[in-house]
Design a protein around this ligand. Structure first.
Ligand SMILES: *Cc1c(COP(=O)(O)O)cnc(C)c1O
Length: 414
């Protein structure tokens, strides 16, 4: 046999071998192991119910970490994506993109803020854009340079080098990835932010409900006072709504619920219903000029069309009052669990459809997560001891009932 044929023959042989691997083995061999993964193989979803390869069903109280805002297999979203995919999926941002312009208008109108939008592909990338806008504002609008950004402890802003550094959790700032960009500092509370501001401070970056940090909302009055103070001082307020945005808290934006007007807002998770998209919106529309920021994929035909379909579905539900009904129903169910399982949980936390049960210990938290999956329910963790619930905004009462039935089975033996 010639060398070429031998090589080809070997390749074929290897392929045959590989098809005999289990999915778990395949993942472990070829995918970088950056996640502590569960190996349930989901193959289909309908609404807030997922099915694994054996046909077993699971109620989804996690919605892909707050991403599947309109549930799984949503007909309207799926056909918007299919129709668009058959026409144009992508043309560069050097050309105008009709669904992108429409999506920008829709987001601005729903928010009620006079802002302009830049589209990216993820939450971290949206936050990078926000930081660049703030930095340029601080470079050009004042006599001396302002560049410092204050964030809060227990915050989460992303996984790029800069957004990791913006994240107020020491454990994320491992020397493994150093050096990090300068100019970020962290405060324990909103009250401490006032004292931390100096002549070089350009912005305060916050989540109104800290998601990854433990589903912890800030007080409305406290946030309104901070917003007024920053405005008076000429310091930018950046609100990271990557998790709280797109009706997660019951309003289109958590900023609407808190009745504040931030300078910059970032969105991502729920906006595309699962299609990657991020957005940074700002009232300082003139700060970035052509060529200063960009993204190859950001806001392309496919992701913008998905975003438009998602907002169409959810804004209609909002107008009819059905989002309010869902969040009240979900909250009552959680309250009921808390009342009867005070031995396991300290309190209920969160807002809207972004909620958590603060477990008495990290051990209880991990046992609840493990047992829930066994009973066919997907929930998330947050912080050190919070069990987190991020159901899709379109979840039905039946699915909520069934989910809590399973949750109770999962915790009753603990
Ligand atoms: C998830 C999240 C991010 C990061 O988003 P990615 O899409 O993973 O980059 C940033 N901020 C908040 C508040 C988040 O919840």
């Amino acid at each position: 046999m010639s060398t070429i044929i031998t090589l080809r023959y070997n390749t074929i042989n290897n392929n045959t071998l590989e098809t005999k691997m289990t999915l778990e083995q395949q993942d472990k061999k070829y995918v970088l192991q950056t996640y502590a993964r569960d190996y349930t193989n989901f193959v289909k979803g309908v609404g807030s119910t997922l099915y694994d390869e054996n046909g077993r069903d699971y109620i989804d109280f996690a919605s892909g970490i707050g991403v599947n805002s309109v549930g799984h297999g949503n007909e309207k979203l799926a056909s918007a994506i299919c129709e668009q995919a058959k026409k144009i999926i992508h043309i560069s941002n050097l050309q105008v993109i009709e669904p992108q312009a429409k999506l920008a208008q829709k987001i601005v109108e729903l928010s009620g803020y006079d802002m302009g939008i830049f589209f990216a592909n993820s939450g971290a990338e949206a936050n990078e854009g926000a930081i660049k806008i703030a930095r340029k504002y601080g470079e050009t609008k004042f006599e001396s340079k302002k560049y410092k950004i204050i964030t809060l402890e227990h915050s989460f802003h992303g996984r790029t080098i800069t957004t990791v550094k913006a994240t107020g959790q020491e454990s994320f700032h491992t020397p493994n990835f150093s050096p990090y960009p300068a100019g970020f500092s962290y405060e324990k509370s909103i009250e401490d932010v006032y004292k931390a501001i100096d002549d070089e401070t350009i912005a305060v970056l916050i989540e109104l409900v800290q998601g990854e940090g433990g589903v912890q909302p800030f007080e409305k009055k406290e946030i309104q006072k901070l917003a007024a103070h920053l405005k008076a001082e000429g310091i930018l307020l950046i609100v990271d709504e990557v998790q709280t945005g797109v009706y997660r808290t019951g309003e289109f934006l958590a900023s609407n619920l808190y009745e504040i007007e931030p300078d910059i807002i970032t969105l991502a998770k729920g906006l595309g219903g699962g299609v990657p998209i991020g957005a940074v919106m700002t009232k300082h529309k003139e700060v970035l000029s052509a060529g200063e920021h960009g993204s190859t994929f950001g806001g392309n035909y496919l992701s913008s069309s998905a975003g438009l379909a998602v907002l169409d579905i959810l804004s209609t539900m909002y107008d009819s009052g059905s989002i309010d009904e869902t969040l009240v129903y979900f909250a009552e169910k959680l309250q009921d669990i808390l009342t009867r399982y005070g031995n396991l949980f300290e309190k209920e936390v969160g807002l809207g459809l972004m909620r958590g049960l603060r477990a008495k210990s990290a051990e209880v938290q991990s046992a609840v997560l493990k047992n829930s999956l066994k009973e066919g329910l997907i929930v998330l963790k947050a912080g050190k001891n919070t069990v987190r619930f991020l159901p899709s905004i379109t979840i039905s009462k039946n699915e909520i009932d069934e989910g809590f039935k399973r949750f109770e089975k999962a915790i009753s033996s603990l």
